[in-house]
Design a protein around this ligand. Sequence first.
Ligand code: GDP
Ligand code: IMO
Ligand code: MG
Length: 428
Amino acid sequence: MSTLVVLGAQWGDEGKGKITDYLSKKADVVVRYQGGDNAGHTVEIGDKKYKLHLIPSGIFYEDKTSVIGNGVVVNPKSLLKEIKYLNDLGIKTDNLKISDRAHIIFPYHLKLDELEEKKRGKQKIGTTVKGIGPCYKDKVERSGIRMCDIFFKEYFEDKLRSNIKAKNEIIEKLYNEEPLNEDEIVKEYLEYAEVIKPYIINTTAFINKSVKQGKKVLFEGAQGTLLDIDYGTYPFLTSSHPISGGVAIGSGISPFDLKKAIGVVKAYTTRVGKGPFPTELFDETGDWIRERGFEYGTTTGRARRCGWLDIVMLKYSCAINGFSGIALTKLDTLADLKELKICTKYKLNDKYIEDFPASLNLLAQCEPVYETLQGWKLEEIEGVRTYDELPENAKKYIEKIEELTETKIQLVSIGPKRSETIIREEIL
Ligand code: GDP
Ligand code: IMO
Ligand code: MG
C-alpha cells in the first residue's frame, strides 16, 4: 500500500503545490481532501507558472487521476473557471473526479463571508472571502447542498430556493443589505450543474479501490496545520482540517490506510490574515524576506507577514500530523542573509515553554527565544542539485531543524521549479 499526504506544517503557502506536483510524477491518484478555492497553489513547469485553487496539483500529468474529495467545499463557478484556465493552456482535465458528497458553495456563502467579516470589525479574521466558513457552517448545521443533489433537479432547485430565502432573511434583516436574486442564482447554478455532472462520482469508492489495487495515492493538503479548525490559532484560522487526521474524513479512506505524511515547511514563517505570530519580523529583515521570497498571496494578492522559523510551532505540527518526513522549501530565499534565527522556545511570564499554547492571549505574550546561525550566499546554492553540494552553513541550518524537530528532512527545495529540488531520501 502506498499512500502519502503532503500538507502544510505552518500557516499555509509553504509550497505544497510545488511539492505535490513534484511527487505526483510517481503517483497514480492525487486527491484534495479539504478546503476550497481559498487555497492558492503555485506550480512552475519550465517557464510557465500555474495557479491552482481547487484542482489538485497532480493535474499536469495526463495519466494521473485528480480527485476533489468529499471534504472539499466546491464553488462551481471557480471550478469551471479553473478548468477553462487549464484547458486554454493546453492542460487536460478529463481525468478530474469530484466527490458526490462534496458540499457546494453558493453566492450567499460569499455574501455572508463578506458581511460577517465586516461585522467582526477589528476582530476580523482576514478570510479570503470565498465563502468557505459559511459553507462549512451549513454543512455542520445540516442545511448544505451536495454534489449528489444536482442529479435530482427538482430537489436541488427546491433546496436552493429555500436556502436563498433563508439567507436573504439574514442578509436583509440582520445586515440591512439588498437580498440576492433568487431566480438568477437558480438559473445560473442549474446551468453549472449540467456542466459539472460528468465529473461527479463516488470518489470514496474510487480512492479505496485504488488503494486496494496498490496504486500510489497522494493526498494534497490545502492551508496549513496552524489554520486547522481544532489545532490552529483559533479563531484566526480556516473551517476545515488540513492536518493528516483530515485525510480519512475528507476522502473516505480508513485512517489506518494512510501510510506517510510529509510536512511542507517553509524555511521561515509566513502568515496571511490576522492573529498572533510570535516570530513575526516588523523590521527591514521581514520586508527583505517578503520581497526576496515574493511573499504575496496567490489567491488574494495580500502581502504575507514574514518571520523566522518557529520550532515550537513545528514540533507541535510534527506531533499532530506524525510527519514521516519534511520537505523544506524556499531555502534560496534566505540566502545572502548574514545571520539567521531559529526560535527554539518561548518565554512566557519569566518561564520557558516548549508547548504551543491554545490560548491566543497567551500566544500573544510569548516571546521567541532564538538560536543564531550563520548564513550562506545565493551563488553558493544556485544550480545545486545534490545535498553534498550545498554550502556548509545551509546544511547546518537544515540539520539544526532536523535535530530540533527529530524529523528527517527528505527533500530540500531551492527554487520554484521542478529541477530546483534536492532529494535526500526517496519519498514515494
Ligand atoms: P502553497 O499554497 O503551499 O502551494 O504555496 P504557494 O504557491 O501559495 O506559495 C509558495 C510560493 O513559493 C509559490 O510562488 C511557489 O512557486 C514558490 N516556491 C515553492 N518552492 C519554492 C522554493 O524552494 N524557492 C522559491 N524561491 N520559491 C518557491
Ligand atoms: P494555501 O492552500 C494561507 C487563511 C486566510 C485567513 C484564514 C481564514 O494556499 O496554503 P478562509 O477564507 O479559509 O475562511 O480564511 O485562513 N487562509 C490561508 N492562508 N494559505 C492558504 O491556503 C489559506 N487559506 C486560507 O488568510 O487568515
Ligand atoms: Mg498558497
